[in-house]
Design a binder for this molecule. Structure first.
Ligand SMILES: C[S@@+](CC[C@H](N)C(=O)[O-])C[C@H]1O[C@@H](n2cnc3c(N)ncnc32)[C@H](O)[C@@H]1O
Length: 254
């Protein structure tokens, strides 16, 4: 049986398209400034799903999150991975990011799973941009609208599917935990609206993975590799990328 993406689940992690774009950006920073560790700021970084792997790559990662529980989990995870010296947890809100993160202080700023939960996505994006050095990159990962329409349709929740499709913010109603879901065009427009950022990568995260039957996904390393390769190909394929569970943009600060 096929299980559709929910729109809220993470896509392929290590080896997936987002991972590849991020590691390519880290390599770029290293080439430019080999004398120091790449400086990463992970806003809404939670328990470190991205921060800890980036620290393992040798980045100095500051995680800003307003949840003390998430930061405690991050601390444990970083310690267990032996990279706690490279990870700095900071309790803070993206609305007041300038209070805890210096302007232009990071080579790479992540806002993964953040824009769909904040009140004002444009203001959050402006804060992420201000924290990025000129020539550095902002990476945002946000819930996809059309995956949520498909998954709700397949589940027979047609009213919700219709609402997600037609609501200006892609929400199914007041009980929706997310403030918005985006499609690829809306994400590009949001990221480039201020004129300070130029999108270099726009791709899907979890395009086909969620549709792969469990029996196939459990098929061993060769099958996992095959699914990952297929996912990497689909990530940039229009219109497939627009039905990804999450959409990813990596943008350069002018
Ligand atoms: C969906 S999780 C994403 C975690 C991680 N970035 C990832 O991709 O796995 C969203 C995180 O953003 C944090 N968050 C939500 N609103 C925030 C805000 N206004 N300022 C700082 N952190 C926030 C939450 O506490 C949570 O840890």
């Amino acid at each position: 049986m096929l299980s559709g993406p929910t729109g809220e689940v993470p896509g392929v992690a290590g080896g997936g398209p987002v991972h590849r774009a991020i590691t390519a950006e880290v390599s770029r920073v290293r080439d430019r400034t080999p004398e120091r560790a790449p400086r990463v700021l992970d806003v809404g970084g939670g328990s470190g799903a991205w921060a800890v792997p980036l620290a393992r790559l040798g980045c100095a990662v500051t995680v800003v999150d307003y949840s003390p529980n998430a930061l405690a989990a991050l601390h444990r995870r970083a310690r267990d991975a032996g990279v706690h010296e490279l990870v700095t947890p900071v309790q803070g809100d993206v609305d007041a990011l300038a209070d805890v993160a210096p302007a232009g202080g990071a080579d790479l700023v992540l806002g993964h799973g953040l824009l769909e939960v904040v009140d004002d996505a444009a203001a959050a994006l402006a804060a992420l941009t201000a924290a990025t050095v000129r020539g550095g990159a902002v990476s945002v990962l946000v819930a996809g609208r059309f995956a949520a329409v498909l998954s709700r349709t397949l589940a027979g929740r047609l009213g919700e599917a219709r609402a997600v499709l037609t609501d200006p913010d892609g929400r199914f109603g007041p009980d929706d935990a997310l403030r918005r879901r985006l499609d690829a065009a809306a994400l590009r427009a949001l990221v480039e609206a201020s004129g300070d950022l130029q999108v270099e990568v726009l791709q899907g995260d979890g395009v086909l993975e969620g549709w792969t039957p469990g029996s196939v996904r459990d098929g061993g390393p060769a099958t996992v590799r095959e699914v990952t390769e297929l996912e990497n190909l689909a990530a940039a394929a229009t219109p497939l990328l627009d039905v990804a569970a999450r959409l990813h943009a990596l943008a350069r600060r002018r």
